[in-house]
Design a protein around this ligand. Structure first.
Ligand SMILES: *Cc1c(COP(=O)(O)O)cnc(C)c1O
Length: 409
């Protein structure tokens, strides 16, 4: 195996998480996901205070697909203006764990059953993905004697300036994609809506990129708003609201470099000034919860192979798929076993951390310089609060599921 990913940065671990990891080790409950809800609340408070610069016309939704963990969703729901769900499963889950939260229903391939459930749950906003979906939503709403408030999800070109100096990790706008409607289809949707009695046009939705810093994010919002205004004006539609999506950057190589919500809020204040009267929504996922989750495990075996050290950890990428999915080293902290620590086998050498799966892809972090490491030591991976547990193929190799612990409730 030749790991090709970058070295993992050291990860700060909160006291509560450390304590929970040690307790889980004593109780034979590792590997464990540990969510620090106090850490999450503090993070949400920083996000809100940054967004406050832009005033009440900017609202914050959270994309539940980042992590449906009930404790996280419940905590987040108290600090945001609504939740974006992208499946019938997420919808039912959120109705159960965070009743009363404002809801937007997005995502491709919504079934009739899902649309009907969303109508019955009085979801506030539907993000329409296609002409066919609009027609089906209209029929289902009419059958129920209700109407659906709709944002047309549009796949529009981002003008070059939107990329900004920070660049985008993943641009999904203006290129062929299964998401939303291209400008030509959006024009057809505008014409169609005039004939759909149960569809109320509220505005436009566009989630076009991810991994953007504040400048590029605000520039993207500006492009979307300008496009949406021209679109609505061309079709004589009243534009009330524009959802500019999520995608705020999370840098796994620099855990301390969180998205600058203050800067973003100030830039968005200028964007909103240029578009009076329009409500703007954002719906970040990763940048909200990534930092408040840790995946704690322990070293089962240490071996040297052709000159390189490998630490085989309990669990692996079937629990924490993030490093495999993104091709990075997950930031980590080594915590010496509390008691009976064997003499360290490795001292001041780089170690590659892998899991228990019989595949070279089960790579958690490559060539991490460690001071000392012994079998039994705890390894606590950070930035595991989003797109981590819930995107992992936990059935692979039939190892046990990780336990889940909440601290700071
Ligand atoms: C995934 C997704 C988001 C959240 O993206 P993040 O990168 O996690 O912020 C928001 N909106 C839509 C439509 C999405 O598909």
């Amino acid at each position: 195996m030749t790991p090709t990913v970058g070295a993992a940065p050291a990860m700060p671990v909160t006291g509560a998480v450390l304590e929970a990891a040690r307790a889980a080790a004593r109780d034979a409950a590792l590997p464990a996901y540990i969510y620090d809800l106090a850490h999450l609340r503090a993070h949400l408070a920083r996000i809100r205070s940054g967004l406050a610069h832009a005033g009440p016309r900017l609202s914050l939704l959270h994309a539940v697909k980042a992590n449906p963990d009930a404790g996280l969703v419940r905590t987040i729901a108290r600090h945001v203006d609504g939740l974006e769900v992208a499946s019938g499963g997420e919808l039912a889950h959120v109705l159960a764990v965070a009743p009363g939260a404002g809801l937007a229903f997005g995502g491709p391939g919504k079934t009739d059953g899902e649309l009907a459930a969303a109508l019955d749950a009085s979801v506030d906003r539907f993000h329409a993905e296609s002409l066919r979906e609009l027609r089906r939503l209209d029929r289902l709403a009419r059958q129920r004697g209700t109407t659906a408030d709709v944002l047309l999800r549009c796949n529009i070109p981002l003008d070059g300036s939107s990329a900004g100096p920070e660049g985008a990790a993943l641009v999904m706008g203006g290129t062929p994609s299964p998401f939303g409607m291209d400008p030509e289809t959006a024009d057809q949707a505008a014409a169609l809506i005039a004939d759909l009695a149960a569809i109320r046009f509220v505005g436009v939705h566009a989630h076009l990129a991810s991994g953007l810093g504040p400048t590029a994010c605000a520039a993207t919002a500006q492009s979307i708003l300008s496009w949406a205004e021209a679109f609505a004006a061309r079709h004589g539609l009243a534009l009330e609201e524009v959802n500019v999506g999520g995608g705020m950057s999370v840098d796994y190589a620099r855990p301390e470099a969180t998205f600058d919500w203050d800067e973003y809020g100030r830039l968005m204040a200028q964007v909103l000034d240029r578009h009076p009267g329009i409500r703007v929504r954002i719906e970040p996922g990763r940048a909200v919860s990534a930092y408040s989750g840790w995946y704690a495990t322990r070293v089962l075996d240490l071996k040297r192979s052709h000159g390189s050290w490998f630490a085989v950890c309990a669990g692996g990428t079937h629990h924490l798929r993030t490093p495999a999915a993104k091709g990075h080293s997950q930031p980590l902290a080594v915590v010496p076993a509390a008691s009976g620590r064997a003499d360290a086998e490795v001292a001041d050498e780089p170690v590659t951390f892998v899991g228990q799966l019989c595949t070279p892809k089960d790579l958690l972090a490559a060539d991490v310089p460690v001071e000392s490491l012994a079998v039994g030591d705890l390894v606590v991976f950070g930035m595991a609060g989003a797109y981590a547990h819930n995107i992992s193929h936990t059935g692979f190799l039939m190892h046990p599921e990780p336990t889940v612990v909440h601290v700071g409730e």
